[in-house]
Design a protein around this ligand. Structure first.
Ligand SMILES: [Zn+2]
Ligand SMILES: [Zn+2]
Length: 380
């Protein structure tokens, strides 16, 4: 199993001929998480599936495997393609449930709990507001089950919204996508002009491989091997104990991918123990536009490197470039200069980041001929 991230857009608010707005898919052991879905998302998703078919035999991104759509925040370059895509899934007769998650404020949650209109303090681009608009545009008519969940991420307060009434009910905790058991999706608060968070997909640690050679040396029978493989100790014929722990290589550590969405650098709460294997972080500006980054609560490439160090990432991948950034080489160089040995890659549209079970990371660079793989030695 691996985590395979498809980055379908690397522009910031305005697309360019070479870059689309945000929208990523994380394919993990349990299914697919879509993180943000800006304008044109469904077309870009279909194009990526065609590229996989032509250039990456065996890899798939079936829409039926998508269990969750999680938004980092409500700016339209991250959300405008979501509703048309949901309508297409409906037309395709999707049956599987879908969890939709988004950050909002407690002010918005309170109003929805009371069935009251959203107060003026809730910004126009807040996802609570957008969802109410989508509901009135027909999201309530969608036939497959959608669980609409809004949360105040810092307060860890989550509520489910009924698309028919627009009213919310409080939940005990943020739900996980249906059927997920080998991985977890979790939000991490960020700081931007509207309520925002990053999303981390973490594959749980796995036991190491069973040591067959050792079992052979000890002449163990198949029943003994099966018990040891399940983690049960057994007794040898002479009565001595044979411990299951002798046959397991060290536990393979959890692997994870964190997608920042839009944020200022080093948001509060980003601590080294979060330690994502790969951090995909916005780098809207270069150093020359630091004041713009501050003004709009975005990061520079240098700031992305600071975020990566703050959160203990092993690899940093940059995205979300402003129109002024023509080539990803500039952000790559500025971040690398600040990264203190941390490997930095700069993404372009349709690139993939693949994290293997043993922590190996590869950057799959898209070109018309297919994906070209570059291995990266993670900084551990
Ligand atoms: Zn953005
Ligand atoms: Zn934004």
């Amino acid at each position: 199993m691996v985590l395979d991230v498809h980055v379908l857009g690397t522009a910031s608010a305005r697309p360019t001929p070479d870059r689309a707005v945000s929208g990523s898919l994380v394919k993990g052991p349990d299914g697919i998480a879509v993180i943000d879905a800006g304008e044109g998302f469904q077309t870009r998703y279909a194009q990526q599936r065609r590229r996989l078919k032509n250039h990456s035999v065996g890899s798939t991104l079936k829409p039926g495997a998508v269990d969750v759509l999680a938004f980092t925040h409500g700016h339209l370059d991250h959300t405008w393609g979501a509703f048309p895509w949901l309508q297409s899934l409906n037309l395709e007769n999707r049956q599987q449930p879908l969890l939709v998650l988004a950050p909002t404020s407690s002010i918005a949650i309170e109003a929805l709990l009371d069935g009251a209109p959203l107060p003026g303090a809730v910004p126009p681009a807040d996802l609570a507001r957008q969802w109410l608009a989508w509901f009135s545009l027909g999201a309530e008519m969608i036939r497959f089950p959608i669980q609409w969940v809004l949360g105040d991420v810092l307060a860890d307060r989550w509520a489910e919204v009924d698309p028919k009434t627009g009213r919310a009910t409080l939940l005990d905790a943020m739900p996980q996508p249906a059927g997920w058991s080998k991985s977890t999706l979790s939000p991490l608060a960020t700081r931007h002009a509207v309520p925002s968070c990053g999303w981390m997909v973490q594959q749980h640690p796995m036991a190491g491989k069973f040591d067959r050679a050792r079992a052979d040396t000890l002449n163990l029978n198949s029943k003994q091997r099966a018990m040891l493989a399940r983690g049960e100790n057994v007794q040898a014929e002479d009565g001595t104990a044979i411990e299951a722990a002798w046959f397991r290589g060290g536990e393979r550590s959890a692997i994870s991918v964190l997608i920042s969405g839009d944020t200022e650098s080093e948001p509060p709460g980003w601590a080294p123990e979060i330690a994502p294997t790969v951090l995909i972080h916005e780098a809207t500006f270069l150093d020359e536009q630091q004041s713009k980054a501050d003004e709009h609560q975005h990061s520079t490439a240098t700031g992305a490197a600071a975020s990566a160090r703050a959160v203990g990432a092993s690899v940093l991948a940059l995205t979300h470039y402003s129109n002024r950034i023509k080539s990803s080489i500039g952000p790559q160089q500025e971040a690398a200069a600040e990264a203190d040995g941390l490997p930095v890659v700069a993404l372009n549209d349709n690139d993939r980041m693949v994290v293997h079970d043993d922590g190996r990371v590869a950057h799959l660079v898209w070109s018309k001929e297919g994906w070209k793989e570059t291995s990266i030695a993670p900084n551990r």
